[in-house]
Design a protein around this ligand. Structure first.
Ligand code: TMP
Ligand code: ASP
Length: 233
């Protein structure tokens, strides 16, 4: 698989053209950022762990009937994906209160939510990914009502697949962020599902096994990601 022109460089990944039309190559970097890139570090091996974790999750979701952009792993830090035009709406799925919902609504971290919460954020770093609702989405023409119905049911389906899968492996899926995109008239789950984009808590000790270790200066970031991979692989 030849790597073509660099199309886009994000904070944690690079996207390249591949030698197959319609397919992109994603390279997972070892860079970690938080708070819109204000906090930065280089974490040796993070890219390999997240690429492999994302491959495990995308593979599982495909088997369960969720349409994703994932094609296959190409190397330890690269995956081949279907080319997407990303819909600039991030979907956050929450089972347990943590992070921004705890701050915003005063719900103590660790509170099990009475039902799953879906949130939408505008994908725009300069504006700090602000929370938006359906009215904003339709007013800005970001997605149609039909597309939003599909995105929401796919996000809940991802939760329904990943929650028990992780539970069986001693990991509580607290929350996660998803992005979707359009590919040849279809909507596919895109971006990544990894320890950068999910909150994973050890089901017994409550220990954080995700990017909060970096955001909150807890140390042992790569070790925690490696532990998640060891349990799911
Ligand atoms: P939050 O509590 O900070 O809003 O984060 C909710 C979830 O979304 C959490 O699993 C981390 C993930 N997330 C991202 O993937 N990218 C981001 O830029 C942010 C802020 C959160
Ligand atoms: N990905 C975001 C950033 O780089 C924030 C985060 O994940 O907390 O700033």
């Amino acid at each position: 698989m030849m790597r073509g022109e660099l199309l886009y460089e994000g904070k944690a990944k690079k996207v390249y053209l591949s030698d197959e039309p319609d397919l992109y190559l994603i390279e997972y970097k070892d860079d970690a950022t938080a708070f819109d890139g204000v906090k930065k570090d280089h974490l040796e091996g993070k890219g390999i762990l997240n690429n492999t974790l994302a491959a495990v999750f995308f593979d599982l979701l495909e088997k369960k009937g969720v349409a994703t952009h994932y094609v296959r792993m190409v190397s330890e830090r690269e995956m081949l994906v279907k080319a997407l035009t990303i819909i600039p709406v991030e979907l956050i799925v929450r089972n347990i209160a943590a992070g921004s919902i705890s701050k915003r609504l005063g719900i103590p971290e660790g509170t099990v939510l009475k039902r799953t919460v879906l949130e939408f954020c505008l994908k725009n770093d300069a504006l700090h990914d602000p929370l938006i609702n359906h009215y904003h989405i339709y007013a800005m023409g970001l997605a149609s009502e039909e597309e939003m119905a599909l995105l929401e049911s796919a996000a809940l389906e991802v939760n329904a697949v990943l929650t028990p899968f992780l539970k069986e492996r001693g990991i509580t899926l607290v929350d996660f962020k998803l992005e979707f995109g359009r590919h040849r008239g279809r909507i596919l789950l895109g971006d990544e599902i990894s320890a950068d984009t999910c909150r994973f808590w050890d089901s017994f000790s409550g220990e954080k096994l995700d990017k909060d270790r970096f955001r909150r200066d807890l140390g042992g970031v790569v070790e925690a990601y490696r532990e998640v991979l060891r349990r799911v692989k």
